[in-house]
Design a protein around this ligand. Structure first.
Ligand SMILES: Nc1ncnc2c1ncn2[C@@H]1O[C@H](COP(=O)(O)OP(=O)(O)OP(=O)(O)O)[C@@H](O)[C@H]1O
Ligand SMILES: [Mg+2]
Length: 357
């Protein structure tokens, strides 16, 4: 019987394509290890994000490709990930690879709820995550994560973020006394956003999720000026679609020169707690339509579910409290799609740089 060689294994793996980067995983440099011992083959495939939604499919394809070689008895494919950078060595936050801003056109659409659940879902995929509450007008992240009483320590002049559910969290809420209000003037907002970024020891993060205040006011503007935001996730509700707020917001964020990763549609459907049927209570969902019209993607559709709200109020987001719920499934899907979009951008940037130099 013919011996199995590394070349043959690599050749076989060239049949496997990354569906987003549209190239084979060998020329993308994803194969980190090939070990052959007699009739058994072991490979390590390093993806661009641990939250990759097609990880299992790719793994199966790799196994099948290797098995298609004659004489192979056992195959072991290990899937690992290294999140690529969209913002190499930004001085303000040196260890942070990508910044994902969660925004909305108007208040109360579920932006903070989405930001918190997305952060945890990304964390559960294995990525290193920070969550920054940039809603300086009404910081609610400490409430949603059940850490309102927490007070971060300061070490060597840097604030150490609070850790909740494996996520590094920072909010102005930690620095204010209960009930203390701040009267903001424009430049103060910029200064505070800067501080929440730069004075905090974020360490090494794959994704820093930022919960913005509603609209396109001072905080989003400052953020976009301070760091290269990898992309914005826009949260919309059926009401925004009806009143055209959704469209206006998309345009505004496009004008700010930040790329839109896509739309999360919140509270468009209701999942009946009794029978599990999904009802479109506000009429036909238009999220897909809006995404198409503005040349972006619908990343997820979170149903209206009283447990989303209750779990938030109780400081334990639904992704943790009800891992099997339909809302959790959508948060996880959105997290995967977001990670995927960020990878595409990181890769596009790199290949563009390679082409230019
Ligand atoms: N999918 C959902 N199902 C049920 N309730 C939800 C859902 N999403 C959000 N909510 C509830 O809606 C309210 C507003 O949500 P949240 O605070 O996340 O919105 P926001 O856009 O961050 O608001 P703000 O503009 O005040 O920052 C909260 O009570 C939250 O629990
Ligand atoms: Mg909020």
């Amino acid at each position: 019987m013919q011996t199995i060689t590394e070349e043959a294994v690599l050749e076989a793996l060239r049949q496997v394509q990354d569906p987003d980067l549209r190239r084979d995983i060998v020329s993308l440099g994803f194969i980190k290890k090939v070990a052959i011992e007699g009739r058994s083959v072991e490979v390590e495939v390093e993806l661009t994000t641990p939250a990759c939604p097609v990880k299992e499919e790719l793994k199966a394809e790799c196994e099948a490709a290797i098995r298609s070689l004659g004489g192979v008895e056992t195959v072991q494919v290990e899937m690992t990930a290294r999140v690529r950078d969209t913002m190499e060595d930004v001085e303000l936050i040196p260890g942070v690879r990508n910044v994902i801003a969660v925004a909305s056109g108007k208040g109360g659409v579920g932006k903070s709820t989405v930001a918190a659940n997305l952060a945890i879902a990304l964390r559960q995929s294995g990525a290193r995550i920070g969550l920054m509450d940039a809603d300086v007008y009404g910081p609610t992240i400490p409430l949603l994560l059940g850490c309102r009483e927490a007070r971060p320590a300061v070490v060597n002049g840097k604030i150490i973020p609070i850790e909740r559910y494996g996520v590094k969290v920072m909010s102005l809420g930690f620095l204010l006394e209960e009930g203390q209000a701040v009267l903001w003037r424009g430049p103060m907002v910029a200064g505070t956003v800067r501080q929440l970024l730069a004075d905090v020891d974020w360490g090494e993060l794959d994704y820093l999720v930022v919960d913005l205040p509603p609209g396109t006011g001072d905080a989003p503007m400052s953020l976009a000026q301070l760091v290269p935001v990898s992309g914005v996730v826009l949260v919309i509700t059926p009401h925004d679609v009806a009143s055209q707020i959704a469209g206006h917001s998309v345009e505004l964020f496009k004008r700010m020169n930040t790329s839109l990763l896509g739309i999360v549609e919140n509270m468009a459907t209701f999942v009946c707690p009794g029978c599990g049927t999904e009802v479109e209570i506000f009429g036909r969902s238009r999220g897909e339509e809006v995404a198409k019209r503005f040349n972006t993607r619908l990343l997820g559709r979170i149903p209206l579910d009283p447990t989303v709200s209750q779990s938030g109020d109780a400081g334990m987001p639904i992704v943790i409290e009800r891992p099997e719920s339909p809302a959790t499934a959508e948060f996880e899907r959105a997290a995967g799609e977001i990670a995927r979009e960020v990878s595409k951008r990181a890769y596009a940037e790199k290949s563009l740089i390679r082409e230019l130099t």
